[in-house]
Design a protein around this ligand. Structure first.
Ligand SMILES: Cc1cc2nc3c(=O)[nH]c(=O)nc-3n(C[C@H](O)[C@H](O)[C@H](O)COP(=O)(O)O)c2cc1C
Length: 341
């Protein structure tokens, strides 16, 4: 199976008469399509002996020590995969029960999810499940069409289901401070050679057969040669000034700019943020609305607090824009056999 063919997983291939264990193995195909920082896919899964549960483990061998020194985004990525597994399990079986960080002695043991016995009302979650194979990050310019307010209210509700909060930032001149913050964060990150090295390490030429990392086409680099040279250029030159301006412009022009927040800032909160993020992205995708990320001010510790919203504010975990776009393509994934035991 190629690194891109995982996206063509079909519902009708669910092995109805196979063992529960084999069924769960099939459903992990939906979990691994989750978004993750730099497409590191920092997860491992263990199927329980009885075939009724799956353990999700954080794979710290795939961490980003420079961009994500506390493994915050690593756990958010795991949370996103967890939500997609929950959706898949409930699409084909009974209600699931999830325990976050079930063993205090095992900090990498992120979650246990098991099938219960109660039937599920699939009506509300089915559009989310169906869009797992269609959701991709879209970094190209969006149309300037308005995202309906009723969809934004729904996205807030999706975040609340996982105990997180989605806050929409104002448009127009009021967005200027955030645009400036993004530009400054990019400038600081790119000035650090270790940051540039780490990012370049996860970039892939368009012809690459690699099953992880970010292909050039996903960030708008078309040709084979330019995508091959991309990592070298990223590593060698300090591109902070122009990229900072470009990202600030993206934020200014975004039809919707949102911050996802939690009450606390620990591994449990990060897993919840990841689940909320998946819900939001999948619900938006169901309406043709795409997202891309502007996380830089959250990744630079000295700037993170400035993204807050006064006393009532939660802890910012992710910032992203939403809008109508048509240009995204699937990026590679590691096949289930590489991440399951
Ligand atoms: C926790 C997290 C942080 C991310 N941060 C960024 C980011 O700062 N910039 C960006 O362009 N994409 C970011 N992404 C998107 C990933 O690069 C993307 O999910 C990954 O490359 C896989 O591509 P896909 O989303 O199209 O499946 C982030 C995703 C997650 C889950």
């Amino acid at each position: 199976m190629s690194a891109h063919s995982l996206w063509s997983v079909q519902e009708q291939d669910f092995p109805t008469s196979a063992s529960r264990r084999q069924q769960l193995r099939f459903l992990l195909n939906y979990a691994v399509l989750a978004p993750s920082s730099h497409n590191t896919q920092p997860w491992r899964f263990r199927i329980g002996d009885g075939g009724d549960s799956v353990e999700l483990w954080a794979d710290r061998s795939r961490r980003l020590p420079v961009a994500d020194p506390c493994d915050r985004e690593l756990f958010i990525s795991c949370g996103a995969a967890l939500l997609q597994l929950r959706l898949a399990m409930e699409n084909f079986g009974p209600r699931t029960y999830t325990e976050l960080l079930p063993d205090p002695g095992e900090p990498d043991f992120a979650a246990r999810i098991e099938w219960g016995h109660q039937p599920v009302d699939r009506r509300s979650e089915r559009p989310l499940f169906k869009n797992i194979v269609w959701r991709h990050t879209d970094r190209a310019p969006f149309q300037d069409w308005t995202v309906p307010a009723c969809l934004l209210r729904e996205l807030e509700a999706q975040a609340a289901k996982e105990g997180a909060r989605l806050r929409f930032l104002p448009a127009g001149a009021a967005r200027e401070p955030v645009a400036a913050l993004i530009s400054e964060a990019v400038r600081r990150q790119a000035a650090n050679p270790s940051f540039r090295r780490e990012l370049a390490h996860w970039m892939r030429p368009n012809w690459s057969e690699s099953s992880d990392g970010i292909p050039g086409f996903a960030v708008g680099i078309r040709g084979s040669l330019s995508s091959t040279l991309g990592p070298l250029l990223l590593r060698t030159f300090n591109w902070g000034s122009w990229m900072g301006k470009a990202e600030a412009r993206t934020a200014r022009e975004a039809p919707v700019l949102a911050v996802l927040e939690t009450d606390t800032d620990d591994a449990k909160a990060w897993l919840s943020a990841g689940q909320a993020l998946s819900r939001i992205l999948l619900r938006a995708c169901a309406e043709g609305v795409r997202a891309s990320f502007l996380n830089q001010p959250i990744q630079v510790p000295e700037l993170r607090a400035e993204l807050g919203d006064g006393a009532q504010s939660g802890v910012p975990q992710m910032m992203f824009r939403l809008g109508y776009g048509f240009h995204s393509k699937p990026t590679p994934r590691r096949p289930v056999e590489c991440v399951v035991s």
